[in-house]
Design a protein around this ligand. Structure first.
Ligand code: HEC
Ligand code: HEC
Length: 260
């Protein structure tokens, strides 16, 4: 699993600029023959935020009326890009790896997924994420936060841990190149997520899930699986702790470096 994750991650990265896109009718790169979702090149999506808002009754029970999750095991949607959310919904709909989201997307149409993603991405991002009751604030010592920040910004070359900021942005708001469009009209980094201000519990569970191979159903998943395999429990705790300590709206940040 470990070797395969690394090989797939390297392949996904290396071939991004080389392979021709496999375009479907709606311009996405999903191919029914592939057992995984090919997100190396996607077109930026559009949708109707007002229509999306009308479709959030069920979603709001868990992701909150304002896109801030009601419990810390669920992800916040405020602050995520429409493209990242849309491709996660598509991934859930393919149902290759089970998720609590799988049954919830069954009845969503293509248009619903676009509208919902555009709606959540349009929400004003609050300046602080309210800490949930379960937030283990006591764990987040200054030493742990410092270690998490180091890992995020610089990685740990001796242990093979890459700097997270290279793909998630120096300020963890997503890659600087998220909206870069290639001459063919496609955006290689549009489905790379922001991480800023996600809850500690969600981040820890999700990173352990990548490490365990639970997310190996898309080219993006291969990339992140290869990264997570370099992280031990302490590294996960540190980087999850630091990311969750960042206020999502507050802006302090150097501009993100360009991606490769
Ligand atoms: C019962 C609670 C629940 C409901 C209702 C729910 N979600 Fe989720 N959602 C989750 C959980 C838990 C996850 C994390 C799943 C995982 O990691 O596999 C998630 C993940 C997501 C993600 C990916 C976020 C990320 O950071 O990767 C998106 C986008 C999303 N949900 C959108 C929606 C939309 C749109 C609706 C309404 C149609 C909805 N959710 C309804 C619990 C819920
Ligand atoms: C080479 C690029 C790359 C690097 C480096 C990288 N990531 Fe990722 N990461 C991704 C991609 C692509 C995804 C989306 C995966 C998917 O769609 O399943 C992702 C997803 C994630 C998610 C899930 C977010 C969500 O909302 O569910 C977390 C958490 C995460 N990365 C944390 C990290 C941390 C921590 C590091 C540094 C130790 C890191 N990443 C380094 C590319 C990268």
């Amino acid at each position: 699993m470990k070797m395969r994750g690394i090989i797939l991650a390297v392949a996904a990265l290396l071939y991004t600029p080389l392979l021709p896109a496999q375009s479907g009718d709606d311009g996405n790169t999903d191919s029914p023959e592939l057992p995984f979702l090919d997100l190396r090149r996607v077109e930026l999506i559009s949708g109707d935020a007002a229509a999306g808002r009308e479709k959030t009754q069920i979603c709001a029970n868990c992701h909150g009326p304002d896109g801030i999750a009601v419990v810390t095991e669920f992800p916040n949607l405020a602050g995520l890009s429409a493209d990242y959310m849309y491709w996660q919904l598509i991934r859930y709909k393919r149902g290759v790896n089970p998720s609590p989201m799988t049954p919830l997307v069954a009845d969503l149409s293509e248009q619903d997924m676009r509208d919902l993603s555009v709606y959540y991405a349009s929400l004003p991002v609050p300046s602080a994420v309210p800490a949930g009751d379960e937030e283990p604030a006591g764990d987040l010592t200054p030493a742990l936060l410092h270690k998490g920040k180091q890992l995020y910004l610089a990685g740990d070359p001796a242990r093979g841990i890459p700097a997270c900021q290279g793909c998630h942005g120096a300020d963890a708001r997503g890659p600087a190149a998220a909206h870069r469009i290639l001459p063919g009209g496609q955006a290689p980094y549009a489905a790379y997520p922001a991480l800023r201000g996600q809850h500690y519990g969600y981040l820890q569970t999700k990173l352990a899930g990548y490490r365990d191979g639970d997310m190996d159903d898309s080219t993006s998943g291969f990339v992140m699986t290869g990264v997570a395999e370099t992280l031990d429990d302490d590294a996960i705790q540190a980087v999850a702790g630091w990311l969750s300590s960042l206020q999502i709206g507050a802006s302090p940040t150097p501009t993100s470096p360009p991606i490769r």
